[in-house]
Write a protein that binds this ligand. Structure first.
Ligand code: 4AD
Ligand code: MG
Length: 430
């Protein structure tokens, strides 16, 4: 008899198979038990009829706790009402190991309770769907970049200095010195772009964000492409192309998962480049009309982003932010010294920033002064400044946050469900 998994069940129509998994839910009509078996690859209904199995087996099935580990034998048959198109007519049932009083029942639970039980919560259908979309999102990012001449080169996690401002650094001991967990691999990408031209790093990044919002995690995953001989326009073009590609792949490959999540896919179908482009100053003017009290020179708050993106049904590309709200490495706009060649991409439907990037300052003296002005220790950046001493060229890049992008694509209200083990202001466990 063949042992198989639920994702391959269609191949076995009409055959008797063995499945190993866990009891997800069960109900009974007295003469028939309906056991929902989950095996990690999917969920299938296993139908046990009293008249077809030994009496002890039928009795056993009626007393199984949720998440009991099971071995089920049965025949695969078509079932039009099943979301996967098949069910199992049970002929045998064996308990691999018991489970009693499983804490997460089919009833509603509060968020704090679920977060405390994240190690078990990941077994539920909704989390299953989200993590599968996440894996496809990461695969799609790599495929897009690999197919467009980018080389994946890792950036370090333990670093000697800040990239995105000193207020959100996680400090740790490094023998007798201090080190910081990486906020972004960008500065290292600039190094590797000068060695390999088009590069990207993809890994976890860390920010000690003292904010409790639906968009902030302390540990999140970011993909960061960087290109030598590229300007802001090319940067934006690559970012738009990548976002369109990711969404298209997920629509193609994860329709079932998006359905489980109840995601309306119509807005996602409209995610085609080019997106809406707005100069920072125009965006501020528009925000004023919408009732925001943002001042020219300030970064957008979460509410500003939500308000702005609700005006459009495509992602919004905001470019040329003032230097006052961007990091030290941004190149200045030639037409206006107050502005930078920076870009943020805001996801539609109120989701807000998913991409931040821009063209980098390529001039040695200007960059050296920017490092001083930012109050950063110059000796920690000597290697970075070297890039401007030996064949400096225009270059640009961006970072896309996986969790915020996933929250948007899956239509989730909060980023906490987009990463297997979220690290938040008050949460380091499990
Ligand atoms: O805009 P940010 O800070 O840009 C950078 O770090 C650049 N150095 C990237 C580059 O040019 N190579 O962060 C980029 C993206 C944000 O748009 C957002 O999607 C995500 O990273 N992000 C966070 N996601 C979750 N929680 C947080 N605390 C995040 N901070 C940033
Ligand atoms: Mg940003």
């Amino acid at each position: 008899m063949t042992q198989t998994t639920i994702d391959r069940i269609a191949k076995h129509e009409g055959q008797e198979v063995i499945l190993q998994g866990w009891l997800y839910q069960r109900r009974s009509s007295g003469k028939i038990h309906f056991l929902q078996l989950r095996d990690g690859t999917g969920i299938i209904q296993c139908v046990m009829e009293k008249r077809l199995v030994p009496e002890e087996m039928f009795h056993l099935a009626d007393h199984l706790g949720q998440e009991t580990a099971l071995k089920v034998t049965g025949t695969v048959r078509k079932d039009a009402r099943s979301p996967i198109g098949y069910e199992i007519g049970v002929s045998g049932l064996e308990v691999i190991s018991p489970s009693n009083d499983y804490p997460i029942t089919p009833k509603e639970h509060g968020t704090a309770f679920l977060m405390d039980h994240r190690h078990l919560w990941l077994r539920s259908k909704r989390q299953w769907a989200i993590m599968r979309v996440r894996a496809t999102l990461m695969r799609a990012i790599r495929d897009f970049l690999d197919n467009n001449g980018f080389l994946e080169i890792d950036a370090p996690i333990l670093t000697p200095a800040a990239c995105e401002g000193t207020t959100t650094l996680f400090e740790t001991r490094y023998f007798d010195k201090s080190a910081f967990l990486s906020q972004s691999g960008q500065l290292y990408n600039e190094v590797t772009a000068m060695a390999f031209r088009r590069v990207y790093c993809f890994g976890p990044t860390f920010r000690a964000e003292k904010s409790k919002t639906r968009r902030h995690l302390m540990e999140f995953w970011m993909v960061e492409p960087e290109m030598a001989f590229a300007d802001l326009d090319e940067d934006i073009e690559v970012a738009e192309g990548m976002i369109e590609y990711i969404v298209t792949r997920i629509l193609d490959e994860r329709a079932y998962e998006l359905k489980i999540l109840g995601r309306d896919i119509e807005p996602l179908k409209r995610v085609k480049a080019p997106f809406v482009h707005l100069h920072y100053s125009d965006a501020v003017e528009q925000l004023h009309k919408l009732g925001s009290d943002i001042e020219w020179g300030d970064d957008f708050g979460g509410d500003d982003e939500t308000m702005l993106t609700k005006q459009y049904d495509k992602p919004v590309v905001v470019h040329r932010y003032p230097a006052s709200c961007k990091a030290f490495y941004m190149a200045r706009a030639p037409e206006d010294e107050r502005l930078t060649l920076s870009v943020d991409i805001l996801a539609p439907e109120g989701y807000g920033e998913i991409v931040g990037g821009g063209q980098r300052e390529a001039d040695y003296e200007t960059l050296k002064k920017a490092i001083e002005d930012a109050g950063l220790p110059e000796d920690a950046f000597d290697w970075y400044l070297d890039l401007r001493r030996y064949g400096s060229v225009p270059h640009a890049g961006f970072g896309l946050g996986v969790e915020r992008t996933l929250a948007w694509i899956c239509g989730l209200p909060h980023v906490r469900e987009t990463i297997p083990f979220p690290r938040m202001l008050d949460r380091l466990k499990p």
